[in-house]
Every structure is written in structure tokens, then in C-alpha cells.
Design a binder for this molecule. Structure first.
Ligand code: AMP
Length: 379
């Protein structure tokens, strides 16, 4: 086993949003120091880090300078320029590595990687011209989903095409960027698995999470998911095998579509802690953020066992009144509810400002609790 990076060392973080903040909180609780790079001032991770480095993600010089002072670098999101990642990798170990990020930064690369390794994905076609789109639509059938191949998240750059869609206009909306057309997956549920792989090659996974989206943004997660045990087991095994196939070190999230009959299709991989894993903080022996610290530092992975069923609901900027804060005391009056706020000063529509978790005897009760507690903010 390589020498672990022990508490007292400094961990570097590219990205200063909420995922970085929760990583930094877990790291500092364990006695590490954290340096976070982010282009914004007073960013969520910077507020709780030992050092906030203000620089653009494309500023390879600033990232290299920061990397000199840390024992290991990690990332809170995957869309970081290759030159920045290379500059960091010259100075210190980085988990996940640049090749993992390269694979998942582009939907076509990601899908081809999964296909080549034998993981089930929805049928897809590469789209470079309007003729490609017409041919792909006829091959795959409609409805289908047209996405930009790179830099998409939370449904950004996505269009659902059906028989009435003007394909010329849909192609024009790609604005000259490469696209991918995916066959529509007639899913019954969307689920995800958070898994981790250590530098010694050990893997582990949490229970399966069941996700519900609103306006393409994750709205609620039920933990564990309402899927048969063998579907859950298959999803967890697949997530661990994907971590192995990527050769990554750290936490990753694999999102799946569950088709009628229980067949799983991999939708997306995020090689980092994920919004759908937030319930692990309050419901499990080890949170996804503590696990990320353990994995990138070469420490033994923690137990992923669930203490109690849980649900998570996101708190978007829409909940904020014109001025001031929502009435948090109403939410906190609910039993077994935990509030997590990210320290963002500006509440915009659709912006993730925080989340709440509720524990209960069953996942359904936990879901009812987070929904009622969140609704109480508007009452
Ligand atoms: P993505 O950004 O790829 O995760 O897509 C965001 C959401 O759009 C997913 O969570 C699904 O609800 C929906 N979606 C994306 N791709 C497909 C597909 N091929 N078939 C059906 N729904 C999809």
C-alpha cells in the first residue's frame, strides 16, 4: 500500500461550489487543511477552506502554483480544461486523473467507453451535420433526445425530438457544436449509485438512490430506491465495475435508467461526489464526502452502511422571498430533518442554494417528510 496522506496535510480542490464545500467540511473535520480554487469571490468552498485561491479554471499557471502547496488535488466538477489538469499533474497527484476527466467530459467519448467495456447504454449516433441528424432520427426512431456532446449538465443543451419537430431548427440549435442523438429510454425510474475506489483498487458502493427531476434539475432523492433487490445489486456492481474500468481513484456517481422489467441502462457518469448522494451525510456510517477524502488520501474506505431510510430535497433559489431568508424555523420543526445551506448570497431561480434530508422508518415516509418540510417554507 502506498504511503497514505495523513491528517495535517493540505488537500487541493479545483472548484469552489457546494460539492467542494461539503468535501472541505469533511476534510477539515478529519484534521486536513484545504485550499480551494474558484473564479468567484466568497465561494461556498472558500468560506470553509483554509485558503481560497481566486482564479479561472482555465488559468493553468494559478492551478500549478496552488498545486505546489498541496499533497493531492481533487476536483468538484468534471469540466476543467485539459491544460489546467496537465499543469496540476506535473506538481502533485490528482484524483480523479486527467484521463478519467477526459473520458467523461464528452458524451460521445463516455458512451463509446461504456459500450466498449460492455456496459449497457441507450443507442446513440454522432451528429455533425443536419444530414447526420435526419439519418440518426430515422435509424433510432422518434422520440429521441438531442444533446450537445460536451459541457452539458442539468439538462442544459438538450432537446426532445418527436415526429412534429423541425429537424433543421433542432440541428441549428446546436450552434455549430457537435451533437449526440440518443434513443429515448422509456424508463420507469431513474436511479443512481455512488461508489468509491481507493488507490489500492478496493471498491465499495452505497445503496441505490432513486431520483426525481423537475425542469431537468434533481428535485428529490429517495434512499434506498424502490427497486427489486437484484436490480439494486446489479446497479451497485456495475457502478463498482465502471470505477475499475475507468481506473479512477475517488468517489463517482453512475446514473441509470430502469426500464420496465428491471433492465438497466447507464445514462451518465460523474467522477466525483454527486447531488444524489447527499443523503449519505445524515443516513450512512460514511458520507460520500468523507469517502472522497479517504480515497484520494490513500486511506481505507469507510463503511457505506445505511443507518436509516432517508430522502433528500433540493432547495433552489426560487424558495427565497424578495428579500431576506426563508423561514427556516418552520422546516426545522419537522422531526428528523437536517438542513444544509451552501452559503450562497445570491438566490437565483433554479440555483442550488441548499438541501434538506429527512430520516424515517421507510423511504416513502422520509420523502413525505422532506416534501412537507420544504412546502412549509412557503406557508
Ligand atoms: P442528462 O443530462 O443526460 O443526465 O439528462 C437529464 C435528464 O433528461 C435525465 O435525467 C432524464 O430524465 C432525461 N433524459 C436524458 N437522456 C434521456 C434518454 N436518452 N431517454 C429518456 N430520457 C432522457
Amino acid at each position: 500500500m502506498p504511503h497514505p496522506i495523513r491528517p495535517g496535510a493540505t488537500l487541493g480542490l479545483l472548484g469552489g461550489g457546494q460539492l467542494g464545500r461539503m468535501f472541505a467540511l469533511a476534510a477539515r473535520r478529519m484534521g486536513y487543511r484545504v485550499h480551494a480554487l474558484d473564479p468567484g469571490e466568497d465561494c461556498p468552498a472558500g468560506q470553509v477552506a483554509d485558503l481560497e485561491v481566486r482564479a479561472d479554471y482555465g488559468d493553468a499557471g494559478a492551478a500549478r502554483e496552488m498545486a505546489k502547496g498541496v499533497a493531492v488535488m481533487t476536483v468538484e466538477f468534471e469540466n476543467i480544461a485539459a491544460a489546467t489538469l496537465e499543469a496540476v499533474a506535473e506538481m502533485c497527484p490528482m484524483h480523479p486523473g486527467a484521463s478519467v476527466l477526459h473520458t467523461v467530459q464528452h458524451r460521445l467519448r463516455e458512451k463509446r467507453f461504456l459500450e466498449a467495456k460492455g456496459f449497457p447504454v441507450t443507442s446513440f449516433r454522432e451528429i455533425n451535420t443536419e444530414a447526420d441528424l435526419r439519418k440518426a432520427a430515422s435509424d433510432l426512431g422518434l422520440p429521441a433526445i438531442l444533446k450537445t456532446a460536451s459541457f452539458g449538465y442539468d439538462g442544459k443543451g438538450q432537446q426532445k425530438l418527436d415526429a412534429s419537430t423541425d429537424l433543421a431548427a433542432a440541428f441549428a440549435a446546436l450552434k455549430g457544436t457537435q451533437g449526440i442523438l440518443e434513443a429515448f429510454a422509456p424508463f420507469e425510474r431513474e436511479v443512481s449509485v455512488i461508489a468509491a475506489r481507493s488507490s489500492t483498487g478496493k471498491t465499495c458502493a452505497w445503496d441505490v438512490a432513486e431520483n426525481d427531476h423537475a425542469n431537468h434539475i434533481l428535485d428529490t432523492t429517495i434512499f434506498p430506491a424502490r427497486v427489486p433487490a437484484q436490480v439494486a445489486e446489479e446497479a451497485r456492481r456495475m457502478a463498482e465495475r465502471i470505477a475499475e474500468a475507468l481506473g479512477m481513484v475517488g468517489v463517482l456517481c453512475v446514473e441509470f435508467f430502469v426500464l420496465p422489467g428491471g433492465k438497466l441502462l447507464v445514462n451518465e457518469i460523474a467522477p466525483r461526489p454527486h447531488n444524489s448522494g447527499h443523503a449519505t451525510m445524515d443516513a450512512c456510517v460514511t458520507s460520500q464526502f468523507e469517502q472522497q477524502v479517504r480515497a484520494v488520501c490513500g486511506l481505507p474506505l469507510g463503511d457505506t452502511r445505511l443507518h436509516r431510510p432517508a430522502a433528500m430535497a433540493n432547495l433552489l433559489g426560487d424558495l427565497w422571498p424578495g428579500s431576506g431568508e426563508p423561514p427556516w424555523e418552520k422546516l426545522l420543526a419537522f422531526p428528523e430533518v437536517k438542513l444544509h445551506l451552501y452559503g450562497k448570497s445570491e438566490a437565483r431561480q433554479g440555483r442550488k442554494m441548499g438541501h434538506l434530508t429527512a430520516l424515517a422508518d421507510t423511504p416513502e415516509e422520509a420523502l413525505a417528510r422532506v416534501i412537507a418540510a420544504r412546502a412549509a417554507l412557503r406557508s
